[in-house]
Design a binder for this molecule. Structure first.
Ligand SMILES: Cc1cc2nc3c(=O)[nH]c(=O)nc-3n(C[C@H](O)[C@H](O)[C@H](O)COP(=O)(O)OP(=O)(O)OC[C@H]3O[C@@H](n4cnc5c(N)ncnc54)[C@H](O)[C@@H]3O)c2cc1C
Length: 335
């Protein structure tokens, strides 16, 4: 339940010039798992100026705020978010190419960015063609495929920091490493990114992209809602026990279910929503996978997917999953 004070502050915020605003927006409409309750206030800004205004107001009034892109790496709680969800999407999605430099808005759709770079004869983003998120989310997660990350191509990132100041960070300040950037956990908003690519042959670049898409079509579940790879991979993991999908399959967990959440029959590092899965179904399934892999293979799987709490914290989903599992056992034992 929203407090009167929060409700009053959200009314005041919504009355400002901050882009598109919707009260009580269902978050299941804004993530690829199709899970989650409603956000008290859902905002899609048009500019860095509006973002700064929203952040300053939220900090001053202590309103919880969550930044999202396409929600392809997020698990929202069934209770939703008591505060603001700020979506950086197609209102901030310009892409400009000049020579080997690309400047893309934080809300730009990654496959579109990859396609435009290919059409301009620029190589380097082939590995991003099948990633269904926004540029802001990709930079935040240092996403990529074929063991690469977007950070390799970043020149600088324009952000609005947690308290509403516009800043530009260099690649080294972003401190990119495997699925990590120093932007994580800072509460900043990625407004745009400057990328550098190398000149290449359009035909070859297109071929690389088609190959990547074919591989994905073959390997990944496409019909049921999912959030891509649930667990993180790493070089150390590959050399010791293998990639997460292989490890989960070897532990006999393909097809394992909690409620309406299922370990995909097609790729074991994916959890699919069979229809109406709750956030608790997914969390308990994550906890079960971790526990069985720990017992059978002696490896501690950590999540790439982030859980968003009703209070607006964003944490790796396994941290919440372990807590949810303990609470569930406690409840089940009737203590
Ligand atoms: C079918 C499928 C395949 C996938 N394949 C891959 C893959 O090959 N490689 C890979 O790396 N990922 C993959 N993913 C995961 C996901 O697409 C990426 O992590 C993507 O970069 C997330 O972008 P998003 O816009 O959806 O971000 P969201 O899921 O909305 O958010 C992810 C994180 O970024 C933050 N964030 C988002 N936008 C901004 C912004 N503008 N400013 C500040 N913070 C922001 C959020 O707060 C959150 O912490 C896949 C997902 C699916 C569903």
């Amino acid at each position: 339940m929203m407090s009167d004070q929060l409700s009053e502050n959200l009314e005041k915020l919504a009355a400002k010039e901050i882009g598109n605003v919707v009260f009580d927006e269902l978050l299941s409409r804004h993530n690829s798992w199709k899970i989650g309750g409603s956000a008290d206030l859902f905002v899609e800004p048009d500019s860095a100026y509006q973002i700064a205004e929203i952040l300053r107001f939220s900090v001053a009034k202590e309103i919880p705020l969550v930044v999202i892109g396409q929600g392809t790496n997020l698990l929202f709680d069934d209770a939703g978010v008591r505060g603001v969800v700020l979506k950086i999407g197609n209102r901030m999605a310009d892409i400009n190419i000049s020579g080997s430099t690309i400047v893309a808005g934080g809300g730009a759709w990654v496959p579109r960015l990859a396609r435009m770079s290919m059409q301009a004869g620029l190589s380097g983003l082939e590995h991003c063609i099948g990633i269904p998120g926004t540029v802001g989310g990709l930079v935040m997660m240092n996403g990529g495929s074929q063991r690469r990350g977007i950070g390799e191509n970043v020149v600088n990132v324009s952000i609005v920091d947690q308290v509403g100041r516009a800043k530009q960070l260099t690649r080294s300040e972003c401190d990119f490493s495997y699925r990590y950037s120093a932007l994580q956990g800072t509460g900043c908003v990625v407004v745009s990114v400057e990328l550098n690519c190398s000149a290449g042959d359009v035909k070859k670049i297109r071929q690389g992209m088609v190959q990547d898409l074919c591989l994905r079509r073959h390997k990944f579940p496409r019909k049921l809602p999912n959030c891509g790879s649930v667990f993180l991979s790493s070089t150390e993991m590959h050399t010791t026990v293998g990639p997460p999908g292989q490890v989960i399959e070897a532990a006999g967990l393909k097809g394992q279910r909690v409620g309406q959440a299922e370990v995909s029959q097609q790729h074991a590092n994916f959890i699919v929503n069979l229809g109406g899965a709750s956030s608790m179904d997914v969390l308990l399934l994550i906890a079960r996978i971790r526990q069985i892999v720990q017992e059978k293979i002696d490896f501690d799987l950590c999540c790439e997917v982030r859980y968003v709490s009703p209070q607006g914290e964003i944490i790796p989903a396994h941290i919440k999953a372990d807590k949810a599992d303990k609470a569930d056992q406690f409840g089940a034992s009737g203590k």
